[in-house]
Write a protein that binds this ligand. Structure first.
Ligand code: XIL
Length: 347
């Protein structure tokens, strides 16, 4: 090979490399107008958060920049679930979750750990365990994970979605094999694993006063009464154009009266596709109510959206015909909902 050929080959190689990096990283984010949500939220005394996808955060520059700029709290969307952290019994894989946590530290953000004990996204090995084995595995999982993140993850959803809509306890390996006491046990283990972490029970569809939130209230009250180390309750707030239940504020207040902190943990507002201007306006109104309701309750200290761009949201991925549930469109452009949240926070 001649020197010339080597040189051309080298230039070609470098060009391909740069193109590959650019393709992976994408462009800088178009700046969003107005003050960042995290600055506005700080003035109102609350954290403002988003669910984060670790791989996307690593590979997509604009996505990464917007998370750092706009939010003061992050929740790994799937990276801290049991199947992700302990795919084989006793073998822990922290790499993706660690990426999200490291980025959060650099951006001065809190991390909500999600979720330790949940019926869904469990590894297969756990399903067949007998009760003694499951109890040991659960204790070990909570200890290992919270120990690994002690001092770095300040809040944990210890128990997630434990209740059915009619108020009964949801069947899971934990309920089936450990009995209803598994909830209290999980909180005790979690507190021992990291005494400084704030421990939450998190629920879906319990925003209004209804059979499910009544049961959640009874559980929370029982835990408090028995001295269990519970700090707060999370309301997911996966909503749609039916809006925020009229009793959300009253509901939050009864939990506040128990001495619990309140977080809105997974807010989004799903639309039936196709999107229209009218639906986007309606969605902006629902988002405004979510912010207003949190600000109306002193104990509501954190509001997390379940993703911030329609291009990276679980709604179209899991609910056919629905989508466009977040603040920014697929091109990371602000939707009416974004401006509505900004204004509701005082911007
Ligand atoms: C969802 C994720 O967003 C999806 O990517 C995943 O496929 C399924 O789980 N309640 C919860 C969250 O507590 O963990 C769920 O997240 C959404 C509903």
């Amino acid at each position: 090979m001649t020197v010339r050929r080597v040189a051309i080959g080298g230039v070609f190689f470098v060009t391909v490399l740069i193109a590959a990096v650019l393709a992976r990283e994408g462009r800088d984010a178009q700046p969003l107008p107005g003050p960042p949500l995290r600055a506005l939220a700080a003035q109102r005394g609350i954290a403002i958060g988003t669910a984060v996808r670790g791989i996307e955060q690593r590979n997509n520059r604009a996505y990464r920049e917007l998370i750092a700029e706009q939010f003061s709290s992050v929740t790994p969307e799937n990276e801290m679930k049991w199947y992700a952290l302990e795919p084989d019994r006793g073998r822990f894989t922290y790499n993706y979750a660690d990426m999200v946590v490291d980025s959060a530290r650099k951006a001065g953000q809190q991390v909500r750990g999600h979720a330790l004990v949940w019926f869904d996204q469990l590894p297969r090995w756990l399903i067949g365990l007998g009760s003694d084995e499951l109890r040991a595995a659960t204790e070990n999982h909570i200890r290992q994970v919270m120990g690994h993140y002690a001092g770095r993850v300040g809040v944990w959803d210890v128990v997630n979605e434990a209740i059915l809509d009619h108020g009964g306890l949801r069947r899971s390996p934990f309920l089936d094999k450990l009995g209803p006491g598994y909830i209290g046990e999980a909180f005790k283990i979690a507190h021992a694993a990291d005494p400084k972490a704030k421990l939450f029970i998190n629920e879906i569809g319990a925003e209004g006063i209804n059979a499910k939130s009544d049961r959640l209230y009874e559980i929370a009250r029982g835990l408090k009464a028995s001295g269990a180390p519970i700090d707060g309750v999370g309301f997911q707030a996966h909503l749609n154009l039916r809006g925020v239940p009229a009793t959300f504020v009253d509901n939050m207040r009864r939990f506040e009266a128990l001495g619990l902190e309140i977080h809105i943990t997974e807010a989004d507002v799903a639309l039936r596709l196709p999107v229209t201007a009218g639906k986007l306006r309606g969605q902006a109104g629902v988002y405004r109510r979510i912010v207003d309701d949190c600000l109306a309750v002193k104990a509501c200290k954190s509001l997390t959206f379940w993703g911030f761009t329609d291009g990276r949201s679980w709604i179209p991925e899991t609910q056919p015909g629905m989508g466009a549930a977040t603040l920014l469109d697929e091109q990371l452009k602000p939707k009416p909902a974004f401006f509505s949240v900004q204004r509701a926070l005082g911007g």
